[in-house]
Design a protein around this ligand. Structure first.
Ligand SMILES: Cc1cc2nc3c(=O)[nH]c(=O)nc-3n(C[C@H](O)[C@H](O)[C@H](O)COP(=O)(O)O)c2cc1C
Length: 210
């Protein structure tokens, strides 16, 4: 299918049917997240993949009652960002660069590390907000991958982050959730959004050309 046709056919699923996606489909979504670009390449987030039915039910009941897709999804992906960027994280990143790009001169890696240190030398909250922006790019990649793979999905911001973070014990792990994405199969009878036309600005409203 043409790429734009895939994007036209994707929509925010409002009700899923409880069927499970095949492992290779889930893997494609996760790989799209892993390959998403991030500022400085730091990937300052974790994605918690939830398939356990009890946990999905609890998320729905305790943190996201307005989102009936969650208990009937195949997986819920929770995008959680680091509350504090630590020295260990930067050390690990530098190690990763050295291992995965062994031909890179060490002096260049050291200079890059110093540049990162400087860029992130600001309040933890500013770094968390920056990390959230990176996580949203990954969310966009995952939504696009789902569209191309014909996997139904919905991005979810309408939930109580404090309740979700407590349920998943994210705070203890130096993490805070910023958004979720449910993936699975639409319920053909109750997913009203499946047949509605898209509401979008037209090109002249959205773009300005010089
Ligand atoms: C970051 C983000 C958060 C969203 N949060 C929710 C949500 O909590 N619940 C929901 O049903 N849809 C949610 N949506 C879906 C949007 O309402 C939907 O994408 C938009 O209305 C455009 O419709 P379409 O995706 O069906 O084309 C969210 C979308 C984005 C991008």
């Amino acid at each position: 299918m043409h790429f734009i046709e895939s994007l036209t056919k994707r929509y925010a699923s409002k009700q899923m049917n409880g069927k499970k996606l095949s492992p290779d489909k889930v893997e494609t979504i996760l790989e799209s997240i892993r390959l998403a670009p991030t500022s400085l390449g730091l990937q300052p987030f974790k994605v918690v993949v939830i398939e356990d039915q009890t946990l999905k039910d609890q998320i729905f009941e305790k943190a996201a009652q307005g989102q009936p897709q969650i208990p009937k999804s195949s997986q819920v992906l929770v995008f959680a960002c680091y509350k504090k960027i630590t020295t260990e994280m930067l050390d690990e990143y530098v190690e990763r660069i050295i291992t995965q790009r062994p031909t890179l001169p060490l002096a260049k890696v050291t200079a890059y590390r110093q540049m990162i240190d400087k860029s992130l030398n600001r309040a933890d909250e500013a770094n968390f907000n920056w990390a959230a922006r990176q996580a949203y790019i990954a969310l966009g990649f995952a939504l696009t991958a789902a569209a191309v793979e014909k996997i139904d999905s919905v991005p979810i911001e309408g939930y109580n982050p404090a309740a979700l973070d407590e349920l998943l014990g994210l705070e203890e792990k130096n993490l805070g959730s910023v958004c979720m994405m449910a993936i699975g199969f639409r319920d053909e009878e109750t997913d009203y959004n499946a047949t509605l036309p898209k509401v979008r600005k037209n090109k002249t409203e959205l773009f300005e050309f010089f």
